[in-house]
Design a protein around this ligand. Structure first.
Ligand SMILES: [Zn+2]
Length: 143
């Protein structure tokens, strides 16, 4: 008996995102083949700036998805107005917050690729159009 899926979504736990993330994962071809979810405060923030112990624990979740479920693509999803970032930083603008988060997402991508060089990592930043998360724009970070 095998149970596998193609993708892993690493997202922030923020409840305000739930409805829009549900819509996005249904509509976007990024999630074809099914997906696991790692849902933690700040998404990859702890992987980028946490202690070695926290990073190991985080990567343990990634390991279950990649090694056991055979996920081939990891979608890292961060969002604006993130409480986990607000606890650590005092951003003066939305743009500044986004720059810092993308920096962390790129750091997390590097750490993941070091361990799993064959996976594809996609970075997505969600801009919340209002405080309640009724509408979120999902933008793939392009280089
Ligand atoms: Zn958040």
């Amino acid at each position: 008996m095998t149970h596998t899926c193609k993708n892993l979504l690493i997202r922030c736990m923020d409840f305000r995102l739930n409805a829009e993330v549900k819509r996005w994962t249904k509509e976007s071809e990024l999630f074809e083949g099914g997906f696991d979810i790692v849902s933690v405060a700040g998404a990859c923030k702890n992987l980028a700036d946490g202690s070695e112990e926290i990073k190991e624990s985080f990567l343990g979740n990634v390991a279950v998805s990649v090694d056991l479920h055979k996920a081939e693509k990891i979608i890292i999803f961060h969002h604006s107005d993130c409480g986990a970032y607000a606890q650590s930083y005092d951003f003066s603008s939305i743009e500044e917050e986004k720059i810092k988060q993308i920096e962390d997402m790129e750091k997390a991508k590097e750490i993941i690729l070091e361990k799993y060089p064959n996976v594809e990592v996609v970075l997505v930043f969600g801009t919340m159009k209002d405080g309640e998360g009724r509408e979120v724009d999902f933008d793939i970070i392009k280089y």
